[in-house]
Every structure is written in C-alpha cells, then in structure tokens.
Design a protein around this ligand. Structure first.
Ligand SMILES: Nc1ncnc2c1ncn2[C@@H]1O[C@H](COP(=O)(O)OP(=O)(O)O)[C@@H](O)[C@H]1O
Ligand SMILES: [Mg+2]
Length: 540
C-alpha cells in the first residue's frame, strides 16, 4: 500500500511523454485524479487524449513519466495488468462481437472460469447484479447486434465492471450518442460515482464536460494546460484553454434568405430491395441565401437523399429542380455543370486524392474548366496558381470546401463537413458556409453535430425512416427536442406535411404529438434495410 498522502489520488500521471515518428503525442503530461471523482479530460482532436489513456490502460508504454494507481507506481505492460490494478477502459469504437450475446461478450476472456467451461449461470447472475447496482438495465441474453448504440455502450461498461474495474476510462463516449442517450449515460456515470467508482471521462464537447465533471483537465498539443473546477470557468474560457487563443464568435445571423427557390425537391421516393422504401415523400425547398439543415441518426436516408440530389442514384418517384429547371434525369456531371457543389462525407475516400499534389486535388471535378485546363489539356501552371489562391483563402483541411466554393455553385451540399476535424478548422468551415450563404448560395447541410445544425441552419428538417418527419425553427429548437424526432420518439405525423405541401418555408410547422402512421412498415428506419445500410457510408 502507498502512504497516506499519495492515497489522495486514484491515478497520478507525472511527466508522461510519448513520441511517435514526427509527433509528440504526449509531452510532459501531469494529471491527478481523486478517488471517486468524475475527472474530465478535454482537448481538441489530436491533443493526445487517447494516447494518454492507452498508456494508463497498458496498451502503450510511455517514453517517460510515471503512473501511480492508488498510490503505487505501476509499469503496465498490457491491459491485463491494468485490469488487475482495477482499471477498465471503454474505447471510442466499441469492441463487442455483434453475433454474440451480452453475456458471452462480457464473460468471454474474463476471469475467473473453472476449467474449459465458462460458468454462464454465475456470469448471468453477476451481470444482472451489476446492472441493478449501477442502474443500467440490460438483458444478458440479448444479441449485441440487436442493441441500440446506447445499450452497446452500457454492455461495454458492464463488461469492464465485471472485470472488477474501480477506475473507469471512457474515451469520447458521447460521440456516438443522441442527446437522450447522453443524459442516460450521465445518469449512469453519477450512479457509478455514488458507488465509489472513479471515472475518467474524455471529451471534446465542452457543455458535456461542464455538466458531468467534478474537475476538468485541459490538454493541448500533448501538454497539460490546466486543471479547473467546472464552476470556475465558462464554456468559452474552457474552449480558449483548449485552442490556446481567442475563438471566433458564432455571430448572430442576419437572415440572407431570398425569395428565389434554388433547389426544389418534390415528392421524391427511392426504392430499396423488394418493396421497401429508402426515401419516401421527400419534399423541401432551398432558397438562395438559405441553409437548410437535415438532422437524423445515420442510416435514416440522409446519404441516399444526397445521392439522389447529386444524381448518383435515380429517384423512383418525384422531381428535383435546380434554378427552376428539371434535373431529375440529369447525370451527376450535368448536375455539377448546372451548379451543384458537393463536400462529401468521406473526404479521405471521395474528396481528396491523398497521394496527389494539391493542385490536382484543387481541380477535382472542375478539371475541364479554366484555369485548370486549356482546351483538352490540363493547365498545370493555371491550376497551381488557382490552388495557391485557394490555400490563401482557406486552410489545408478546408481545401475541399474551398474547391467547391471557388466554382461558385448555386447549390452547395455539405455532408458532415466538420466531422473529425479540429476546433480551429471547424471554425474555418463554418465561416466558409456562412460566406457561401452571404454570397447567395443555397446550402444543404447534413450533420450529426446538432449544435452545428442549429447554429448554421435557417431551416431544419429531421429525417427518420426515410421521411422528413419534422420541420423546425433552429432559433427555437433544442438539441433534446431534435433528438426526440431523430429517434422517432416524436414526430411521424409531420412526415407528409413537412415538405413542399406545407406552408411557407421558414414558417415553423412543428407538429406536436405522434399519431401512428398508416403504413407500419414505412416507419421503420431504413438502416434495417440491407440496401440502405450499404449506402450508409456515403457510397452507392
Ligand atoms: N500509433 C500512433 N502512431 C503514430 N502517431 C500516433 C499514434 N497514435 C496517435 N498518434 C498521433 O498522436 C497525436 C495524438 O493522438 P490522440 O492521442 O489520438 O489524440 P486525441 O485522442 O486527443 O484526438 C496525433 O497527432 C496522432 O496522429
Ligand atoms: Mg481520441
């Protein structure tokens, strides 16, 4: 046992340094976590949070520094040793086997089991016990593939507790959750804390950290910046600690929405396998100078909606027009010519040729126009010149946004434009979107970041089960309310009326209550449809 003074810490990290080729992921990190507290670690993407937690969990060895757990210096060589010391980690990406039950996932590989046979009876009992103690209801005999994201996470947490963890690391646990599930997770974390478990909560979302943490440590570029009490800082101050400078303010928006309809989608439907519909009855308009946001849990048809507008898939019903011209049967190339710009979701695969020089990337999709080409030839000098201009205007990560904007499209479709990029680049993308709006473009924004949707959109729709189930005013809607529509808890009735049949765009037409739809099959999310699922990642 360690002495009394060091026992004041459940975990104490001193001078932790970890270098990877070309990058110092952790640079003299110092953090003290008290027993039974919820200690948040916040920092931008790439700040070194996951690396630090992998070190604490024995997955990686630090180059320098010491780890103390409950007052004892530890040299973990594997997660097994960290688990033996009472540390458990729930990773950013779940590690459960889909085709096994909760029980099998939890019990497999865990000690103790006698002989070659797992003691499933005992394990089941223990899971039930943990579920009750920590207020995390979960049926041990359900298949993991049948669980919601929130339930999977719960299974991961129970798995870790089952192995005897008293110090629980959660790496970006809310990234995959809708607001309701976040609330549920936070209730669970408070319950764990009441039972004396120490929680280390990793996030880059400041409001969450402020809501749940007893203390917060900010890391930036691999270094510890400061440990603060949530009561002593505002979200803004915290964000500034995170990025190390003053933030651009999300300015209040003066409406730039005009009367001119740029994109009109009328009664569009897309058939899946058999008689399933991936999209049904989709109708909405985007005016010049307007940002229309679409919220939805992934796999509810948003990727396919973009594909249909882009011409990557052809609608089975309905009509799409751009600047008053019917483009329903046009090819993707013709649509781009007609003025549709696109910031794809999967930027690594679709947006950029990572091995190619910048100027080649800069002209993708626009290579047959000046100054990128002269006649049939690529004009390298012209392309380089224009690329330099583009980089001047925007940072490297926003090159795609710049590329699309430079073509001055009439309609710009942005799919998850800030997913996986850091706070600084995020601000640049937001600014680019606002600038596009000021210039009178029509914008369609698909995002999983509800704050981003609410902050940037003039009009918000929720897509659920392939239908637009609500049209909301971003000035009034809360993330929680959005979440209710996204999970189908609220809505349904708005489905048919949310689109073009409805009153003036911009007028709030939120529909209270949720009568059942006439066609029960239609209200199932298309994520369950194998065809729709195939399109989930943005590829047709
Ligand atoms: N295994 C690795 N090899 C090389 N570089 C890595 C590795 N793991 C992380 N990094 C780099 O270390 C830095 C910190 O990454 P990470 O700890 O994942 O940050 P965070 O979790 O805060 O987003 C990043 O620059 C990342 O690219
Ligand atoms: Mg991480």
């Amino acid at each position: 046992m360690g002495d009394v003074t060091t026992q004041a810490h459940a975990v104490r990290l001193q001078g932790i340094t970890k270098r990877f080729p070309g990058v110092v992921a952790n640079d003299d990190i110092n953090i003290e976590v008290r027993p039974g507290e919820i200690h948040a670690i916040v920092g931008e993407n790439g700040a070194g949070k996951s690396t630090l937690m992998k070190i604490l969990y024995g997955m990686q060895r630090p180059d320098e520094g010491t780890i103390e757990v409950n007052g004892r210096v530890m040299h973990f060589r594997s997660p097994k040793e960290a688990i033996a010391a009472g540390i458990g980690m729930v990773h950013q990406h779940f590690m459960l086997a889909d085709n096994l039950t909760v029980l099998e996932n939890v019990a497999l590989g865990a000690e103790p089991h006698r002989g070659p046979l797992l003691q499933y009876g005992e394990a089941r009992e223990r899971i039930r016990e943990l579920a009750t103690t920590y207020g995390m209801p979960l049926d041990p005999d359900r298949l993991v593939e049948e669980l919601s994201v929130g339930e999977r996470q719960r299974a991961e947490i129970i798995k870790v507790l089952y192995r005897g963890a008293r110090i629980l690391i959660l790496d970006e646990p809310t990234a995959v959750l809708v607001p309701q599930e976040v609330d549920e997770l936070f209730r669970n974390l408070r319950e764990l804390k009441r039972e004396g478990v120490t929680v280390i909560f990793i996030s880059h979302k400041l409001d969450e950290v402020l809501a749940i943490a007893d203390r917060i440590t900010v890391v930036r570029a691999g270094k510890t910046v400061k440990t603060v009490n949530p009561g002593d800082v505002t979200a803004r101050q915290l964000a500034e600690l995170m990025v190390g400078s003053e933030l651009p303010r999300p300015e209040t928006r003066a409406s730039t929405v005009t009367d001119v309809v740029e994109l009109a989608v009328q009664n569009v439907a897309l058939r899946g396998i058999g008689d399933r519909w991936i999209l049904q009855d989709i109708g909405f308009e985007i005016h010049r100078g307007e940002v229309v946001g679409i919220a939805g849990v992934e796999g509810n048809g948003q990727a396919e909606l973009v594909q249909v507008i882009m011409g990557l898939r052809t609608a089975d019903q309905g009509r799409i027009s751009l600047s008053g011209r019917d483009i329903t049967r046009d090819s993707t190339h013709e649509r781009r010519e007609a003025g549709i710009g696109y910031i794809p979701e999967d930027r690594q695969e679709m947006g950029l040729l990572l091995e190619a020089p910048l100027w080649e990337n800069a002209m993708l999709g626009h290579q047959d126009k000046a100054p990128f080409s002269s006649g049939p030839w690529v004009n390298k000098a012209g392309a380089r010149g224009r690329t330099a201009e583009m980089i001047e205007e925007f940072r490297l990560v926003t090159l795609i946004v710049a590329r699309e904007m430079t073509a001055k499209p009439n309609l710009l479709i942005a799919s998850q434009p800030t997913r996986g990029i850091d706070v600084g680049a995020q601000a640049a993308v937001w600014e680019a979107i606002r600038e596009a709006r000021r210039r009178g473009m029509a914008l369609l924004l698909i995002s999983a970041d509800l704050e981003e949707l609410i902050g940037l959109s003039d009009t918000l729709y929720v897509i659920y089960g392939g239908r637009l189930v609500a049209k909301l005013d971003p000035n009034e809607v809360t993330p929680e309310e959005l979440g209710s529509y996204m999970t189908g808890a609220k809505g349904a009735e708005g489905a048919a009326s949310a689109g073009e049949r409805d009153a003036q765009p911009g007028v709030r037409t939120q529909v209270p209550g949720a009568p059942v739809q006439s066609d029960p099959a239609a209200s199932e999310p298309t994520g369950a449809d194998p065809d729709a699922a195939a399109g989930e990642d943005g590829r047709p």
